[in-house]
Design a protein around this ligand. Structure first.
Ligand SMILES: [Ca+2]
Length: 316
């Protein structure tokens, strides 16, 4: 008999009220942007397309630029350790990676951010704060986007004259100061954190540290107006593990809507089958189908409707 375990329920509010700001943080394992390869720009572009349109899930085992979702906000140490010495190759804990990774220098945990506001806002007044639960709080740092400009990593969209998203008059904000050029949507590859190891011995020290302290990393992004008033905030916590067996096979769900289409991306690994279900009240669930991890499922909805999604993984 097949048994199922409930993986996750995700909330979608389809009807925004006037003046509402929504924030979304997506955690992902990124290639090291300091490596002399095209992995980072390709990964960043795939990640930002995922934030805008859903989908674009890849396999880090074969492609260093693959954009993947973490399984239940858990990341393996191998996926967030970088080398910093030129010529020291590193990919997922391996200092002699295969040909496809020959120029890579490890990876970081990245926190992609999307802010959407019915009123135009200035992304330069977004701040970020990172801390970790280990005794040394090794990832602690904070800062803001003030003084920066729109770029390939920091993209804006204005709703245009009709004041509505996803219509012909939308205007991308591609250049100019984040402190003076407003947008209704701001998407960025966000902040990244990682351990540093330039040798197998250093890597083993980090592995021991992670096994001992089992740290979590938390990021908080805050949106302010130009006067410093807090308008909205969002946080995301990711657990770091040193052993693959500690990573659940469960899937994160990532949701993106475009008009009446909802794109649900099922994270997790491609060897696991997930039953995707939806509900308007958390009591009665209907099944949309069975999908492998990494799938992108499109679901049509009514315009004014609150929906929950969940994925059930088959227990072997
Ligand atoms: Ca528009």
């Amino acid at each position: 008999m097949k048994k199922y375990i409930v993986i996750l329920a995700a909330l979608l509010i389809v009807t925004p009220s006037f003046g509402q700001i929504s924030m979304r943080i997506v955690a992902s394992a990124a290639p090291n942007s300091d490596a002399p390869t095209e992995a980072w720009p390709n990964y960043r572009d795939a990640g930002l397309r995922h934030m805008a349109e859903g989908g674009f899930i890849g396999d880090r085992g074969s492609n260093p630029a693959a954009f993947t979702l973490l399984s239940n906000d858990v990341i393996h140490l191998d996926d967030m350790t970088v080398s910093t010495t030129s010529g020291v190759k590193l990919w997922r804990g391996n200092f002699s990676p295969g040909e496809a990774f020959a120029g890579e220098m490890g990876g970081r945990l990245h926190f992609f951010l999307e802010v959407e506001s019915t009123n135009s806002f200035l992304p330069g007044y977004i701040t970020w704060q990172i801390s970790s639960s280990d005794p040394a709080n090794i990832f602690i740092h904070s800062g803001s986007y003030s003084g920066l400009e729109y770029s390939l990593s920091r993209r804006g969209v204005s709703y245009g004259a009709d004041g509505r998203p996803n219509t012909f008059d939308d205007v991308p904000a591609l250049t100019g100061s984040l402190n003076s050029v407003g947008a209704n949507i701001y998407r960025t590859s966000g902040r990244g954190v990682g351990f540093v190891a330039n040798s197998a011995a250093e890597f083993e020290e980090i592995r021991t540290y992670v096994r001992t302290h089992r740290p979590t990393v938390t990021i908080t992004y805050r949106v302010h107006n130009a006067n410093g008033t807090l308008l909205a905030s969002a946080s995301k916590t990711v657990r770091i593990v040193a052993d693959a067996g500690e990573i659940p096979t469960a899937a994160n769900l990532s949701i993106r809507k475009n008009g009446r289409q909802v794109m649900v991306t099922v994270g997790g690994n491609s060897q696991t089958q997930y039953q995707l279900q939806t509900s308007g009240n958390l009591r009665n669930w209907s099944t949309l189908g069975t999908f492998s991890g990494g799938s992108v499922v499109t679901n049509s909805i009514l315009t004014h409707q609150m929906l929950f999604y969940r994925a059930l993984a088959t227990v072997q």
